[in-house]
Design a protein around this ligand. Structure first.
Ligand code: UDP
Ligand code: MG
Length: 325
């Protein structure tokens, strides 16, 4: 590995889930970019592209294998089954960290502008250990994605998580930052929150986002909800505190109700109807259910963490550095 920050070894990490339609075009563009960076002596000639197949059910792995056979710059990792985008990125980075000086992670559909890579590397050369990619706008997203993303980032900030709004998983990490990340062994993984938590010197690069050219989004609503829940619960116990506050509030309302009832009783107005009773039953019932749900979420996550199961393991590795595997 290089001693100084000039011409370091770059590993580009690309998570892929059912990307048979996108991966070939993307590989071609990434290879062009890598060759250009090597030719201009921005990165070392030992730089590589690592495709992480997140348990795809289509021909993705076959294509990665072929790309590997045809290009010595390409490596492949394969999960036995789908472990999710965050785990795929993490596996790629953890695999790469013994070989490289820094990694850049990017989605397989190359929606993120690969020409921003030079800017990432420049920030790294100037001393940053972590360079965050922040998207310029969300014009290419549908209204739903735009709204849900805005809501998500607002929620995260409210919950006390240190996060860059609109930061994507397009990011540069130095070997030092990766070593720090390796120390976090939580199952409930939310990289966008954990990485700022490392606290090493960092900077931000803005980039454009393009519409997806091939294939469909691999992020259905269910996966977005899981990501949001992971994000919030892994960073904050504020929701539990909110439950507590809600309890106090409900209690206060109860006390006021009792005073009100006593007043009615002694001053003999009509017996107040069942509507108010029914209403409090619903309000309280709802509050109780909600609170139980939030607590249950944390208990469940605690259970997942205490089991200490591996987050992933490789099923197959395609690499020419067999002596080091
Ligand atoms: N991805 C993955 N595992 C999953 C879902 C997605 O590795 O379970 C990868 C996917 O192949 C892509 C990246 O994560 O490289 C981002 O997914 P996508 O482009 O579908 O998300 P969107 O851009 O629609 O948010
Ligand atoms: Mg995409």
């Amino acid at each position: 590995m290089g001693n100084d920050r000039q011409k370091g070894i770059l590993y580009i990490v690309v998570p892929c889930y059912n990307e048979e339609e996108a991966i070939e075009t993307s590989a071609e563009k990434l290879l062009d970019k890598l060759h250009e960076l090597i030719r201009r002596e921005i990165v070392s000639a030992e730089s590589r592209i690592v495709f992480v197949d997140d348990g795809s059910k289509d021909r993705t792995w076959e294509i990665i294998r072929r790309l590997f056979e045809q290009n010595e710059e390409i490596k492949g990792l394969r999960f036995a089954h789908n472990r999710g985008h965050q785990n795929a990125i993490l596996a790629g980075m953890m695999y790469s960290r013994t070989y490289c000086d820094f990694t850049i992670t990017i989605d397989a559909d190359l929606q993120q502008d690969i020409n921003a890579m030079e800017n990432f590397i420049e920030e790294y050369t100037n001393g940053s250990e972590i360079v965050y990619g922040v998207r310029n706008s969300r014009n290419t997203d549908g209204l739903f994605k735009k709204l849900s993303a805005t809501l998500f980032y607002k929620m995260m900030t409210l919950m006390g998580c240190d996060i860059y709004e609109n930061s994507a998983d397009y990011r540069l990490m130095s070997a030092k930052a990766l070593a720090a990340l390796a120390e976090y062994d939580e199952v409930n993984l939310f990289l966008r929150g954990i990485i700022p938590n490392i606290g090493l010197q960092s900077s931000v690069v803005h980039f454009e986002v393009f519409p997806r050219m091939q294939g469909k989004s691999k992020y259905p609503l269910s996966k977005m909800v899981t990501l949001a829940a992971d994000g919030i619960t892994s960073f904050s116990i504020k929701p539990i505190r909110m439950v507590f506050m809600m309890g106090i509030l409900a209690l206060l309302v109860g006390v006021i109700m009792i005073i009100h009832i006593i007043y009615e009783h002694y001053f003999g107005y009509t017996v107040s109807g069942w509507s108010s009773i029914l209403m409090s039953i619903w309000v309280l019932g709802g509050a109780i259910l909600l609170s139980l749900g939030i607590i249950g979420e944390y208990v469940g996550r605690n259970y997942l963490e205490t089991k200490h199961r591996p987050r992933y393991f490789y099923w197959e590795v395609l690499s020419r550095d067999q002596d080091r595997e």
